[in-house]
Design a protein around this ligand. Structure first.
Ligand code: GUN
Length: 293
């Protein structure tokens, strides 16, 4: 057996084309472009690349993408003032503060300062609370992209045993909440493993769907995977010679799994596609228009 590929790159391309068409229709109808502002506090080299990609993706679908770059030693009050200014700008529909922030900044206070109606990352407590209660407004982009990829590939999660490795607020926690929702792409029985879980490998081996977000290169090998399981790899790491690797040892796991995401070309492009979807939704919500979900 060798796994089929969950092709996030191809699906993201299709979704971006649909968003571009919907954005053009919105602009034609209202004269206003959806606007996404990404705030980057300089310091993390990987974040520089991610932020540039997000801005470019927004512009490619006809949105007004902008990056606000702040020096690595920016004061908390100055960062909050930038967020206040974006909150009050009617041309900005989506605000994203790239994480991680340097250690001197209070990440929680920064996220809570973003207007919940512009929080296209879905990290504000109001949005996470809505998701937890089963009334999602903005859902974090990586879990949302994983769900879209599973649905589009015909992988049913209903009644399945899902194991999420990692409890981060960006991925693991909202992924678990999403898999527990009623309806398509949800209805799973979910277990979350984290740094205090004894023997996560034996728990992972029970999973029909294994979501790996541990932040360690090629940590998950074939011995962690039940034969026929669906494996989703959220990690991205640069190895020797610049080669990208995930949290999953792809060559080892692919012969055991039924479906697997590649790195690159799996979860990453879907995350950006969902950011655009959330931004379009934010622009519609700002006008009081109905949205799909
Ligand atoms: N850092 C890594 N992933 C993300 C993300 O989805 N959003 C933000 N804001 N920062 C990140």
């Amino acid at each position: 057996m060798s796994a089929d590929i969950l092709d996030g790159r191809a699906l993201a391309r299709t979704i971006r084309a649909k968003i571009a068409a919907e954005t053009a229709a919105l602009v034609a109808r209202t004269g206003q472009m959806p606007g996404l502002s990404v705030v980057l506090v300089e310091g993390d080299p990987a974040s520089q690349v991610y932020v540039k990609n997000k801005e470019a993706a927004a512009r490619e679908v006809g949105m007004a993408g902008a990056v606000v770059r702040l020096p690595g030693d920016v004061a908390q009050a100055a960062l909050l003032a930038v967020i206040d200014q974006l909150n009050g700008d009617p041309a900005v529909h989506g605000i994203l503060v790239q994480l991680p922030l340097p250690g001197h900044l209070d990440e929680r206070a920064v996220i809570e300062r973003i207007a919940p109606g512009k929080d296209v990352d879905g990290f504000h407590p109001e949005n996470l609370g809505l998701l937890a209660q089963g009334f999602p407004r903005f859902t974090p982009c990586t879990p949302l992209g994983i769900r879209a990829l599973l649905i589009a590939s015909g992988v049913s999660t209903r009644g399945c045993r899902a194991v999420v490795l990692g409890r981060s607020r960006i991925v693991g926690l909202p992924m678990a909440l999403l898999l527990m929702q009623k309806g398509e792409g949800g209805d799973a029985t979910v277990t979350v493993c984290h740094t205090a879980t004894p023997d996560p490998r034996s728990i992972a081996r029970e999973a029909d769907l294994l979501i790996v977000a541990v932040g360690r290169p090629e940590h998950v090998t074939a011995g962690w995977v039940k034969p026929g399981a669906v494996v989703v790899d959220v990690g991205i790491h640069r190895g020797e010679g610049g080669k990208l690797k995930g949290d999953v040892d792809f060559a080892d796991v692919a012969p055991v799994a039924s479906w697997i995401t590649p790195v690159p070309g799996g979860v990453g492009p879907m995350t950006i596609a969902m950011l655009l979807e959330n931004t379009l939704k934010a622009a519609r919500l700002a006008r009081g228009e109905p949205t799909d979900s």
